[in-house]
Structure formats: C-alpha cells, structure tokens
Design a protein around this ligand. Structure first.
Ligand code: ADP
Ligand code: TRP
Length: 321
C-alpha cells in the first residue's frame, strides 16, 4: 500500500497547508512503506514565472517538510521536474482525456469565470496530476477538500486507460480529513495564498503575532456572549489544543467576558508554543542547504526507478515500444 501526495512550491506555507495537507501527508507516509511526497514544481509553473523565485520556493518547501518531521530515509521526497516520466505520462493520458471532463474542472472554470485568461497548462493541470499519481500505483492520496475533483479525474483517466488498453493503472482513493477540510483565514474565508489571508507556519514570532491580531471579527463587546462555531479565532485555536481546552475556550466565548483581543492573545500563545520548535528546526536545516539538495537527488533516484518501470509498462500497452 502506497500513500502519495504532491505540494506546489507556489508561496509560503500556511496553517491551512499545514493541517489540511502537510501533517496528514507526513503521518500517512510514516504509516506505509515507500510512500511519496513530492514538490510539484511543474504544477507551480502555472502561476510562478520567475526562475529564482521558483527555485527558492522549492528548496523552502523541502526544508519545511523536513522540519515538520518528514523522514527522507523512509518517505521518498523529490522534485517533480527531476522525474521526466511525469511529463511523458501526462502527454499519453492527454490523448485519452475528454475535453468536457477538463472543462468541468473547478481550477480552470473559476479562473475563466473571473475573466482571467487561462493557460493551456492550467487547463491540462489535472492530467499532469493524474500522471503524478498513476505512475506510482498510489492507492491513498491525502489532499485538502479542494483537490477532490482532481482525484476523480485521475480515477476517470485510469479507468479509461485500463478499459482501452487492459489493466495497467491503479485507481487512487483520496483521503480527506473532514475536521481540517477548510481552515479559515484571517478574513474568515478559506485560508489561501491567493487571498492574502494566511497565517504562515514559519514566520517569525512578531509576524505570527501580527497575523493573528489581524483576524477579522464582528463588533461584539467584551461582555457580549459570542458564538464560537465558525469564529476564525476559535476554529484556528482548535488546531493547537486538546478537546478540553477547546471546550473551555468555547464556553468562555458563550458566557461573555472574553473579548476578541484577549482571545487572540491566548491563540497566539498556543500557536507560538506549537510553532517555535518547528521554526528552530527549520533554521538549523537551512544552514545545511547542501544536505537538502542531496536529499532531493536521492529521492529523485528512487522515484525515477519506480516511475520508469511503470512508464515502460504503459508504453508497451499503447504500442509505443
Ligand atoms: P493555497 O490555496 O494556499 O494556494 P494550495 O492550493 O497550494 O494552497 O494547497 C496545498 C494543499 O493544502 C492542498 O492539499 C490543499 O487542499 C490544502 N489546503 C490549502 N488551504 C487549505 C485550507 N484553508 N484548509 C485546509 N486545507 C488547505
Ligand atoms: N494540485 C495539488 C494542489 O494544488 C498538488 C498536486 C500536484 C498533487 N500533483 C499531485 C496532490 C498529486 C496530490 C497528488 O494542492
């Protein structure tokens, strides 16, 4: 059984990424032998058009994952662009992918609905993602809720391929953690790099505090009873606390007497206690950049071996020998 997930190096990682994707992926990968976590730099090219920036973001993301506890001896960590088979299988799958299937994809539909010109790469994004997964016979794919449709497309393409050319590809199953499916940002909308409403994982203490203090609230006074559910301060506090602490915090909101300013300070203390050791670990790793490059090279070697074998099998099935 293999778990696999990809993360785009497209900006500084935030709490939504951490609890919705990175930590669940690292934990799942620990559980299954030869699991895979890769840096989806080819996918990031659909939004990042700056060579230096893409390189820095990629190395930063690798460092983030190692600081969060990814064990590269166990889990295969590599850069998507270091394994050419991803692009090759992507092309092969594109020749059997129905236009209509991709036209219904949210990632593309949302952009065009906003009047943004989509690139062909953004349109075919889900095909590359299917290739990422199918090359490794991945059975479990931990992702955030917003990736569910992409997983369905991967399954559809695998099924169609198997139907046309014989059983070759394994159908993946998404693993979505419901309780952390959508983490709200400081404006109450889904936390996302593209909305500028994030709380970063590895920001310094001062920035962390500033981002938390910026959480938007309503105008309830200190003594007013408040509804905890759906309140961003409470929803984010939940990520860092035990069930008992959550209940206490919720009760204080309901009773009135705890103002939003105080609530944010409590949240900050909790978040800082959780994030400070990770920040330290990360700084230590950053001093060993060469180490990170060699971890990625080693990961690419292992990934190429698995991916090339699968690609050979695919090529044989379709008649490209
Ligand atoms: P962003 O929206 O910030 O660009 P990405 O699309 O790069 O984030 O998402 C990377 C991973 O993190 C995906 O698996 C995604 O589902 C997850 N994720 C992103 N934002 C959130 C959030 N607010 N809550 C839960 N998971 C999230
Ligand atoms: N599209 C995913 C995201 O934006 C990243 C990704 C690329 C991915 N390839 C993948 C996730 C394969 C899981 C499996 O979050």
């Amino acid at each position: 059984m293999r778990a696999l997930t990809g993360i785009q190096p497209s900006g500084s990682a935030h709490l939504g990424n951490l609890f919705g994707a990175m930590l669940p992926a690292i934990h799942l990968a620990e559980k299954y032998e030869n699991s895979i976590i890769f840096l989806a730099d080819l996918h990031a090219l659909t939004t990042v058009h700056d060579a230096e920036k893409l390189h820095t973001l990629t190395i930063n993301l690798a460092t983030d994952l190692l600081a969060l506890g990814l064990n590269p001896e166990k889990t295969i960590l590599f850069k998507q662009s270091d394994v050419p088979a991803h692009s090759e299988l992507s092309w092969i799958l594109s020749t059997i992918a129905p236009m209509g299937l991709l036209q219904r994809a949210h990632s593309y539909k949302d952009k065009t609905a906003k009047g943004i010109d989509a690139s062909v790469g953004l349109f075919t994004y889900p095909i590359l993602m299917a290739a990422d997964i199918l090359l490794y016979d991945a059975e479990i794919v931990p992702v955030g809720k917003d990736q569910k449709q992409h997983l369905e497309i991967a399954r559809d393409l695998a099924e169609k391929f198997n139907h046309l050319f014989g059983e070759t590809l394994t159908l993946p199953t998404p693993q979505i953690q419901e309780e952390t499916a959508v983490i709200p940002g400081i404006d109450g909308k889904k936390m996302s790099k593209s909305y500028g409403n994030t709380i970063e994982i590895f920001a310094d203490k001062k920035t962390l505090k500033r981002q938390i203090m910026q959480i938007v609230t309503d105008s309830a006074a200190v003594d007013d009873p408040k509804v905890p559910e759906g309140n961003s301060i409470y929803e984010i506090y939940k990520l860092f606390s035990t069930k008992q602490e959550q209940d206490d915090f919720a009760q204080k909101f309901r009773n009135g007497g705890m103002g939003y300013g105080d609530a944010k300070k409590i949240l900050f203390e909790k978040a800082e206690a959780f994030l400070a050791p990770l920040r330290e670990k990360r700084e230590q790793l950053l001093r060993e950049t060469q180490n990170i490059e060699s971890v990625l090279q080693n990961g690419a070697q292992r990934a190429n071996k698995i991916a090339n074998k699968k690609l050979e099998q695919v090529k044989k099935q379709i008649g490209v020998r």
